[in-house]
Structure formats: structure tokens, C-alpha cells
Design a protein around this ligand. Structure first.
Ligand code: GLA
Length: 387
């Protein structure tokens, strides 16, 4: 891939003198969905697919961007000064947001750059193509300027840029999973204090299969912010009767004891999901550490039911795909992954049943939804690297 992106870089920007090639992964979350902005646990891992970037520092103030995934947009330009989000800037709002965030945080990023990207994560699919671009941009800036910042800082800067520049109130999971990725390990992260542990993912003859619904998120971002504020309101109501800082502090029993403080049935279900999903995540990691993959799979399935019925972030496409998955032989667990409202599912499937699984789920999805789904058998990879 290095060769291909350098060739294209040379064609688009003229020569490759001073250019280097970098990579940042995408991520999939195994369990712990919509818990990261509720002070709960998540359990994501970085993938071996992601975003490749060829980049070169410039001496002037010009930023030039080109994506091999959106060639029709051509070269998009901007100045390094006075950065602000613009509709016409399209995907370049992600790298621009990160450059802006570095500047906001006092890092002297004052030269332009030429940046060419190629991503092999399906865009808008819920595998965090945008967080991958954010962490990649941070990694490139660190390399250009020699800033003494950790991968965890790259995650925080990426999240800051997404929240403040691109207006999506996301939690820390995606950027953290990408920046801190470790081959063959998932990250058990407590979003309340960012403490984390790597857990080896030993699936003993099973594979991680991603199913992409090809339903674009559309209204997803505004619904995402809506769920977040429903949880914030529920938390404020609970705080009148119990001393907690986040929903993640409650056990299932405590939630049942105090839930009558929440004044609206919908908000009770939202908060219930946040509390129960957090506890499920803790149990799932314990199950994995005990080599109890069957229990891990059951908890994944329960996570999907909760996201569908209580949190209501699935929709016909994700539900159809997961329900089709549950029926197949050799499926250990299957659920939606990421924000929801379209995007992807993650399934753990016995290796010798994977082909049949893909064939059957593909068929049922096409029959019921009317258009095709895509499938990827993925491996767990490392965080950002210079190639
Ligand atoms: C998106 C956000 C994450 C997280 C998930 C849901 O991917 O970026 O911070 O909230 O949705 O778990």
C-alpha cells in the first residue's frame, strides 16, 4: 500500500521528496456501546484495516488534501490560519479539526502540508473512519514537529477536535481504541478515569466478522447528541436521590432501586441501557479472561437487544442483519457496533462456518432490506505507525 499511496502522492502533488507514509487503524467495539459518555466501560479493538496517509510538510501556510476514496473532490485547499469547519471542505474537516485542536492546545503548528489519504475501512460504516483520520493526522503532526505527546494525548486531541470543531459530541472510545491499539488484544477501558487493561482476544477457532449494512447514518449525528442529552437528564434526576457522578457508577440493583426518580419512561429505558450495558461489559471481559467464549457471545446478543429495545439506536437494517446472524450455525454472538442508526454489526463466528454465515446473512439481508450488505473478516492490529 505504501508504494500505491506514494505513487498517487507524486502524481497529485508533484514528486515525493520529503514525503513519508503513515497508517492509523479503524476500530470495532466488541461490547460496551453508548457507555463511554456515561462513565462506563467499553471493550473495543483496533483493526488491521484503516487509513494510509502520505504527507509532506510545506514551507508556506497552505494545506492541500486529496483522498483516493473521494477522487471526484480533487485537491481541497485551505490555509493553516483561521481554520473553521466548512461544508464544502467535506472530509478535510477532520484533518483540519485536528490541526486546529493542536493550535488551540498551544502547539505551534504553523506550516502547511500536502496530505493524501487512502482508507480501506468502509466510510460512514461505524468502524470509525473519521477517528482513524483524526489519530492519523495527530500522529503526522507529532512526527513533523517532534511534539512530546503520548498516543493517549492523540486520542484526547482527536476527540476534542470532533467535539469542538466538527460538532459531534462523541465520547473517547473511538480515538482511544485507535491510538492505543495492540495486535490481538482488545482494550478494557474505564471511561470514568481512562484506566485500561489489554485483554488478549483468544477466540479459539473463531473469527470476528463485520457486516456492513450499507445504510448511511444520515440523521445519526443529531440522534447521537439526543441520546447523550437524554442520559444527562436522567443522571440529573437520579442525582436527586443518590450520590453519583455518572450512570456508570450504578449496579443493576441500585438502578432498579432508584429508577423511579426518572420522570419519563423513555429516559428510564435510556438510563437502564447505560447501566446494564456497563455491567454486561465488565462481565464479558471476565468471561473472555476465563475462556468462556459462549458467555461472551450471549452478552453480545443481550447488548444488541438492549440497544434495539431500550436505547433504540438500531433500525430495520441492523436488526435484520443481527437476527439473521443469530439463526446461523457456528455463531457465538452478534450485535450492532458503534453509534448505530445504520453502520455495521460485529459477529463472532466459528472459522469453518464463516463462509456459510456470510452467504446466508447476505441472502436474508438482501431479501428483506432490498440492497446488498458487505462482509469483512477482520484481525486485531496495532495503533498508528510510520511505515
Ligand atoms: C460513536 C462515538 C463513540 C461511542 C459510540 C457508541 O462511535 O464516537 O464515542 O459513543 O458511538 O458506543
Amino acid at each position: 500500500m505504501k508504494k500505491e499511496v506514494l505513487e498517487k502522492f507524486s502524481e497529485v502533488f508533484g514528486g515525493t521528496d520529503g514525503a513519508k507514509v503513515y497508517f492509523a487503524p479503524g476500530r470495532v467495539n466488541l461490547i460496551g456501546e453508548h457507555t463511554d459518555y456515561n462513565g462506563g466501560h467499553v471493550f473495543p479493538c483496533a483493526l488491521t484495516i484503516g487509513t494510509y496517509g502520505a504527507a509532506r510538510k510545506r514551507e508556506d501556510k497552505l494545506l492541500r488534501f486529496y483522498s483516493m476514496n473521494f477522487e471526484e473532490l480533487g485537491v481541497l485547499e485551505s490555509s493553516i490560519e483561521g481554520l473553521k469547519p466548512e461544508k464544502e471542505a467535506d472530509w478535510t474537516n477532520y484533518p483540519k479539526g485536528v490541526i486546529w485542536a493542536f493550535q488551540e492546545k498551544g502547539y505551534a503548528v504553523d506550516c502547511g502540508m500536502d496530505l493524501l489519504l487512502f482508507g480501506n475501512i468502509p466510510n460512514g460504516s461505524g468502524l470509525s473512519s473519521s477517528a482513524s483520520v483524526e489519530v492519523l493526522t495527530g500522529h503526522i503532526l507529532r512526527d513533523f514537529y517532534g511534539f512530546d505527546i503520548s498516543n493517549q494525548d492523540l486520542a484526547l486531541i482527536g476527540q476534542y477536535s470532533e467535539n469542538k470543531f466538527n460538532g459531534v459530541n462523541c465520547g473517547i472510545m473511538d480515538q482511544f481504541a485507535i491510538a492505543m491499539g495492540k495486535e490481538d488484544h482488545a482494550i478494557f477501558l474505564d471511561t470514568a478515569d481512562l484506566s485500561y487493561q489489554y485483554a488478549p482476544v483468544k477466540l479459539e477457532g473463531a473469527k470476528i466478522v463485520i457486516g456492513c449494512t450499507n445504510k448511511k447514518r444520515g440523521l445519526g449525528d443529531s440522534k447521537y447528541n439526543e441520546r447523550r442529552s437524554e442520559c444527562e437528564t436522567a443522571l440529573a434526576e437520579l442525582q436527586k436521590v443518590v450520590d453519583i457522578k455518572s450512570l456508570g457508577e450504578l449496579s443493576e440493583e441500585q438502578f432498579e432501586e432508584y429508577k423511579s426518580a426518572i420522570q419519563d419512561e423513555v429516559r428510564v429505558r435510556r438510563a437502564k441501557h447505560a447501566v446494564y450495558e456497563n455491567q454486561r461489559t465488565v462481565k464479558a471481559v471476565e468471561a473472555l479472561n476465563n475462556n468462556d467464549i459462549a458467555l461472551f457471545g450471549k452478552l453480545m446478543n443481550a447488548s444488541h437487544v438492549s440497544l434495539s429495545k431500550d436505547y433504540e439506536v438500531t433500525g430495520a437494517e441492523l436488526d435484520t442483519m443481527v437476527e439473521a446472524a443469530w439463526k446461523q450455525e457456528g455463531v457465538i454472538g452478534s450485535r450492532m457496533t458503534g453509534a448505530g442508526f445504520g453502520g455495521c454489526t460485529v459477529s463472532i463466528v466459528e472459522e469453518d462456518k464463516v463462509d456459510n454465515f456470510i452467504q446466508e446473512v447476505r441472502k436474508e439481508y438482501k431479501e428483506k432490506i432490498g440492497y446488498a450488505a458487505d462482509f469483512y473478516v477482520v484481525d486485531i492490529g496495532d495503533g498508528p505507525v510510520t511505515l
